[in-house]
Design a protein around this ligand. Structure first.
Ligand SMILES: Nc1ncnc2c1ncn2[C@@H]1O[C@H](COP(=O)(O)OP(=O)(O)OP(=O)(O)O)[C@@H](O)[C@H]1O
Ligand SMILES: [Mg+2]
Length: 281
């Protein structure tokens, strides 16, 4: 009997996202402030474990979309379901990194204490709290490769380090969903790619559904399952291949838009801003 050669088993990264249940379902959503509509008629679905980019010009309503998912903003019309129910404030299953984090650069708090703020007093009884929080913070810091920053002062961190700490704070409660609002905005290309690779690893290894707002799609595009593109008061959603085309974006903006490749094979989106109410970063 001849021995079979040993073959490394193929371990799937996880089930195909398309087989997963939907965690966000929007049906003809419309949002606005007072009597001003920001965007309308948005219907889309995000499945568990998907990594989704939210793209669009300044003022298009990207942060507003996150505010709705966090239960901070109510739709004017339509319905939104997040993790199987209507959005509610303070949902511990959602880790959120806001666009503007209220960090005072003079603050003397160290990273471990900062990350602990993500759970302190909310999860464990008083007897267990300190030790459990310490262990949770250490695990969250490790998950973003920032164990060595535990005792560094948050006020002294570089932009890239700070974003990793914000991510650790968002991860500490083992969320099922992450909402990251422009985490790449102050990072150079290399740090942007590093952060995207880190987020992508978290998405794939923990099946955390993640929406990330960005102005430049290029550092993200290889890792994405889906794009939500908001412009001109409307939304286009789908795979990057279907949304980031001249045809889809021209229809969205209502004026000719060209999606081109530059000499480094980066996507460049030309046109559309006249009707989009802002500019791409
Ligand atoms: N609380 C509010 N009251 C009234 N209008 C608001 C409020 N918050 C946001 N807006 C308006 O809603 C529109 C969308 O804002 P939002 O912050 O969602 O845009 P954005 O796409 O995140 O933009 P940016 O890329 O600049 O962050 C803007 O015109 C903004 O002025
Ligand atoms: Mg915003």
């Amino acid at each position: 009997m001849s021995a079979r050669p040993y073959v490394e088993p193929v371990v799937p990264i996880g089930p195909e996202p398309s087989d997963e249940p939907s965690v966000i379902r929007a049906d003809h959503l419309e949002v606005g402030y007072r009597d001003r509509v920001i965007w309308s008629d948005a219907s889309f679905e995000v499945r568990r474990g998907e990594f989704v980019a939210v793209i669009g010009p300044n003022g298009a309503g990207k942060t507003t979309l996150f505010r709705m998912m966090l239960g901070l903003q109510r739709p004017l019309r339509g319905t939104l379901s997040v993790l199987g129910r209507s959005p509610r404030r303070g949902n511990p299953l959602i880790g959120y990194v806001p666009q503007r984090h209220s960090i005072d650069i003079d603050t003397h708090i160290d990273c471990e204490s900062f990350v602990r703020l993500g759970v302190s007093g909310t999860r464990w009884g008083p007897g267990l709290a300190r030790r459990a929080e310490h262990e949770a913070a250490a695990a969250a810091l490790e998950s973003v490769g920032a164990t060595d920053l535990a005792h560094a002062c948050v006020g002294t961190l570089s932009g890239g380090e700070l974003q990793r700490i914000f991510l650790a704070e968002a991860m500490i409660g083992h969320p099922e969903m992450l909402l990251l609002d422009e985490p790449l905005s102050n990072l150079d290309l290399r740090r942007s790619r590093d952060l995207v690779a880190l987020v992508s690893r978290l998405v794939r290894s923990r099946n955390v559904t993640t929406l990330l707002v960005a102005h430049d799609i290029n550092p993200l595009i290889q890792c994405l399952d889906k794009v939500i593109y908001i412009a001109n008061g409307r939304m286009a959603t789908g795979s990057p291949d279907t949304v980031l085309t001249s045809e889809t974006l021209s229809a969205l903006y209502g004026v000719p838009v060209e999606v081109l490749r530059d000499s480094r094979n980066n996507l460049v989106i030309v046109g559309g801003e006249e009707s989009g109410g802002g500019e791409h970063g």
